[in-house]
Design a protein. Structure first.
Length: 265
């Protein structure tokens, strides 16, 4: 009898504990909108980042994921720089696309292999912990962020469906992009003061060649590889006279963003 009472007592405690735990899970809410000044401790070091979840984020659904990296002025320079990328249009305007997306933007410490590995580690973290459609993982990089992301995409080419390369030089591999059928959109002002447009044209030509070597036809390549080098008038008509910094305007073009989001693995 005593043993029975003890058994039922333990069972009751476990039941009550399970109910309490269940209630805690039900009460737990996921913060949505723009969330800034986060840190992730990874094998590649501490990563500082911000992210966005749609207001109606639902874990039973799958969402496209955009990893977008800013230029030098929004990188990590210590606590005073924390969250500097939160108002960057290359981060915010993806949330205004025609469909809900998860957006992640890191403040990395360089634009070389370390930052590329950290970008991929952060991407992997979000795939593991959020409702991400793994056939629709995208990358975008502007200026220094483009140097980073061109390497990150080439390092893990079977992860990304498309990459938006803005006002930057290409530092990654070319062949791995074509071998994994990654769509690429390159945007550079014709008179970019920092890089010059020839770097963009060279990257386009090298990628085009890599796709040809994989057996793609011209028509097939043009469907997944785009180059845009607007002239001064394109920027001046928008009140922009600094062409490198003005390259951010690409994120205001829904045609470009939706072209990226239309690509699938």
């Amino acid at each position: 009898m005593k043993r029975s009472k003890l058994f039922f007592g333990i069972a009751a405690c476990l039941f009550l504990y399970g109910c309490a735990e269940s209630s805690e899970e039900q009460a737990r809410t996921i913060e949505t909108g723009f969330i800034t000044e986060q840190t992730l401790k990874s094998d590649e070091g501490v990563i500082h980042y911000s992210y966005y979840l749609p207001d109606d984020y639902d874990e039973s659904q799958k969402y496209p994921l955009v990893m977008t990296m800013p230029g030098y002025d929004m990188m990590w320079f210590g606590e005073d720089s924390s969250g500097a990328n939160i108002d960057w249009i290359g981060f915010r305007l993806w949330s205004e696309c025609d469909e809900d997306v998860i957006i992640v933007s890191a403040q990395l410490t360089d634009w070389q292999e370390t930052s590329a590995r950290q970008a991929n580690a952060l991407c992997d973290y979000f795939i593991e912990n959020f409702s991400v459609d793994e056939s629709r993982v995208y990358a975008a990089g502007y200026s220094a962020g483009g140097e980073t992301m061109s390497q990150a995409v080439a390092m893990w080419p079977d992860l990304y469906a498309a990459y938006l390369h803005g006002a930057s030089q290409w530092d990654g591999d070319y062949d791995s992009i074509a071998q994994n059928h990654i769509a690429v959109y390159i945007f550079m002002a014709e008179n970019d003061e920092y890089y010059g447009s020839q770097k963009a044209k060279d990257a386009y030509n090298r990628l085009y060649q890599s796709y040809e070597e994989q057996g793609y036809s011209d028509e097939e390549i043009q469907a997944v590889l785009q180059l845009e080098t607007p002239d001064n008038e394109y920027f001046n008509s928008r009140g922009i006279y600094n062409y490198h910094g003005g390259g951010n305007v690409l994120f205001e073009d829904p045609t470009i963003l939706n072209w990226i989001l239309s690509q699938h693995k």
